[in-house]
Design a binder for this molecule. Structure first.
Ligand code: SAM
Ligand code: SF4
Length: 471
């Protein structure tokens, strides 16, 4: 196979020695230096590795608070109040890999293996649409059954499944790295972001936890999204799984990955994810991760990622405890999943036992509506917007960041319109009230302008039954 040859010619772009050196030489940083770095980020510049290492080495509580405040300030200045909501949809948990932290791994004999048929996919999508979702991320194990053709057919089915006023307007993907040819099929079907998490950027650690199967090849995965770019997909998401190795090293890995994209493709990643290892069925490592990341350092991680790569979307999983979630949302997290269920078939299935056995993580029991209510109470504006992607404005995070007024011109009005659709079509009375108040506040904060006038007209149209209006 052609791609085997490709694999052999690759070299890692993660300079491990250099990372250790930076993390060592920047210990006990000077406060003026730290302030200078925060300021560089507030001036909308991506940080360099040595600067990120300096921030990672801040232990002084007051200085740490300045980092947190810097992240909050960056969010306030650039991103506004919107939080984009999406749901993960697990299509199949069969897998030929042997990732020690994952309940889907090939050696786990206790998990019930299941792949959704096209009919079952439709049912799941309808159940998600009934809750008000507009954006999904589809998740697949790695298995010959889930080839690119199968995956893209599934995505096509999702786009074509419409129930009542419901429709899925954007499908993101989290799946195994593909060949350039296979990525082209994903481009054809029109996906949003293709996500691949490197899990750990530390090569020895990677080897230790990825024992067999295609995923045991570190470089094939490391270059997985380069091939997506080569196929014309320029909307990619990177991530690391926190708990396998030193969190500071992983944060540096994410930054080097970002720089690699900037240098090679002139654009950084669309999103960065930073899941912490969660318990999984019959998976001892997930019960007790070797480098468990505590809440305090998790907060520090999110704030530093925000400052280091100010233009990128940060994705937080709703499984993080509410207190942590509320704190890190203030640092500029842009997307969270809501009302997620992570068993295969679990949105429409009623057999609880069956769901439990096909699930790989413990679920978050809050419904989408509960999460929306909580977000409103905290002053956020829930958004289901897919405007940029559908108007071909790819790289929207970069535009939000780089084009003055972009958020005010497009993102906030689109958040208002999509949130209003949710309130009209799916929300119970209590959420309707809170939501209407939030929308009122957002509109009050807008200056009188032709844009505001147009928004108010569109709001009336939605109230009268029109859907899918955006700027
Ligand atoms: N099979 C594909 C892959 O490995 O890239 C995609 C599906 S896999 C389930 C998606 C992600 O789940 C992985 O990249 C990993 O970071 C995450 N994951 C696996 N086990 C986990 C656990 N115990 N806790 C939290 N996240 C986990
Ligand atoms: Fe399979 Fe992905 Fe789980 Fe690894 S993380 S066992 S590749 S589903």
């Amino acid at each position: 196979m052609l791609y085997i040859k490709d694999r052999d010619n690759l070299k890692s772009f993660i300079p491990e020695e250099k990372i250790f050196e930076y993390l060592e030489t920047t210990k006990n940083p000077d406060k003026f230096k730290v302030r200078e770095i925060i300021q560089k980020s507030l001036n909308k510049n991506r940080l360099d590795p040595e600067e990120m290492a300096t921030l990672l080495n801040v232990e002084d509580e007051e200085l740490l608070e300045e980092i947190f405040e810097g992240a909050r300030e960056l969010k306030r200045r650039i991103y506004g109040n919107r939080i984009v909501l999406f749901a993960p949809l697990y299509i199949g948990n069969e897998c030929i890999n042997n990732c020690q932290y994952c309940g889907f791994r090939v050696t786990n004999k206790n998990i019930v293996r299941r792949s959704l048929s096209i009919e079952e996919v439709k049912k799941e999508v309808e159940a998600l649409e009934d809750k008000g979702h507009k954006r999904l991320i589809v998740v697949f194990g790695e298995h010959p059954k889930y080839n690119a053709k199968f995956m893209t057919e599934t995505i096509r089915t999702i786009y074509n499944t419409k129930k009542g006023k419901g429709e899925i307007r954007r499908v993101n993907v989290n799946a195994a790295p593909q060949t350039v040819e296979d990525y082209k099929l994903f481009k054809e079907v029109g996906i949003g972001t293709f996500q691949i998490f490197q899990e750990t950027y530390h090569r020895e650690t990677y080897k230790k936890y990825h024992i067999s199967g295609p995923k045991s090849n570190y470089l094939w995965r490391l270059y997985g999204l380069d091939r997506a770019f080569q196929a014309g997909l320029d909307d990619v998401g990177i991530g690391a799984l926190f708990g396998l190795y030193d969190w500071k090293f992983e944060a540096m890995g994410l930054l080097y990955h970002t720089i690699h994209f900037e240098e090679r493709f002139n654009v950084g990643p669309h999103t960065i994810s930073f899941p912490r290892i969660e318990p999984a069925l019959d998976t001892p490592i997930a019960e007790r991760p070797p480098y468990a990341l505590d809440d305090k350092n998790f907060k520090k991680l999110v704030a530093i990622l925000r400052l280091a790569v100010p233009y990128t979307g940060l994705i937080l999983t709703a499984r993080e405890p509410v207190e942590i979630r509320n704190e890190v949302l203030k640092f500029g997290v842009s997307q969270i999943d809501g009302g997620s269920s992570i068993g295969v078939g679990s949105y429409s299935e009623t057999d609880e036992e069956k769901i439990k056995k096909s699930q790989f993580l413990l679920g978050d029991n809050r419904t989408l509506d509960q999460i929306i209510e909580e977000l409103c109470e905290e002053g956020y504006l829930p958004s289901f917007c897919t405007g940029c992607y559908r108007l071909g404005r790819t790289g929207e995070h970069f535009m939000e960041f780089a084009i003055p007024g972009f958020v005010k011109r497009f993102c906030t009005p689109n958040a208002v319109l999509t949130f209003l659709e949710y309130l009209e079509d799916y929300a119970p009375e209590s959420t309707k009230k809170i939501g209407a108040k939030r929308i009122e506040e957002e509109i009050k904060n807008m200056q009188d302008s032709p844009l505001k006038k147009e928004l108010l007209q569109k709001i009336e149209k939605i109230k009268a039954g029109e859907r899918d209006l955006y700027f």
